[in-house]
Design a protein around this ligand. Sequence first.
Ligand code: DGL
Length: 303
Amino acid sequence: MNIAAQSGSTTLKNRRIAFFDSGQGGLTVWESVVGRYPHLNTIYLGDNARYPYGNKGADTVTRYASEAILFLAAQKAELIVVACGTASSVAVARLKQVFRLPVVGIVEGFCSEAATLSINSRRVAVLGTRFTVASGRFEAVLKESGVENVWQRACPLFVPLVEEGVSRGEIAEAACRMYLSDMPDDVDVVMLACTHFPRFAGAIANTLGMLKNRSVVLRSAEGEITLFTSSSSSLSPIVLLDSSSSVLASVETFLGNHANSDEFQGSECSLFCTDAPARFAQVAQLFANKELPEPKLISLGSL
Ligand code: DGL
C-alpha cells in the first residue's frame, strides 16, 4: 500500500484531532481529551457498518483502519487517535509505517502506565476482544516494559452486554465470573483493553472484589474511584486501568506548548458513522456524557 497522507499547513486555529473506533466505544477516550481541552476541534469516526472488529483478522482490520485514516486525513486531521483496542493491537504498527500523518494507538502508553502501577507484583491482566488477545501485542509490550507475568483473557460477551445496557447486576456478573474466575490472585493491575470495558467496570469490580476479597478501584484520566470496598483485606486494591489517561498524555505530547493556547478557538466536533445514524446516536449516548452533534453518514471503501 503506498498511501501518504500529509499533514497540511493548517494553522493552530483549525487544528483537528481525529478519533477513530469500530463503533461508539472510543467516545469515552474522546470525552477525556475534550474534557481536558474543550477548545480543541475534533472529529470522531465510528465504523459501525463493519463493527465489530474484535472477531476479524489483522489484514481486514488494517484495511478498514487505512480507509478510515484516508477519510480523516481528507477532513484535515493532524493527529489520528485509534481508540479501538483491536485496531491498536493488530493494525497501528503497520499504519504508522504507511501514513505520514501521526497515528497514535492505545497500546504503548497504556502498557507503560500498567507496568509502572504493577511495580510490586509485576503481574498484569489484559482483558480485550478475541483478536486483541490473539495478537499478543499487549503481552509483548508489557514484557518489554518489565512486566514479568501477563494473564490475558478475551471477554467478547462484555461488548454486546454494554450495548444492551446490561452492565450491572446478575447477568453482567455471571459473564464476569465466566471469564475471570481463574485470574491469578496476585494480579494488581487489570487493563481494560477494549473501548467498551470501562462501561463494564462496575460488574468487573464487584466480581473480582468478591472472588479475591480485595478492594477494587478504577483509574482513568478523570482520576481514581473506588468501585468495591473489601473491609476484611489488608492487601492493596486491584486497579482497573482504562486507556484514557495514557491517550491524553499522547495528545498532550503532540500538542506540545500549544495545549492550552488561546489559539484553539474552535471547540467544534464532527461525528461520522458508516451506518444507521439514528441507532449510532442512540448507542453513542451510552459512552458520552456530553451532548453530541448529529452523526453524518459516510461510506468507507467498498462495504
Ligand atoms: N472497539 C473494539 C475494541 O476496543 C470493541 C468492539 C469491536 O469488537 O469492534 O477492541
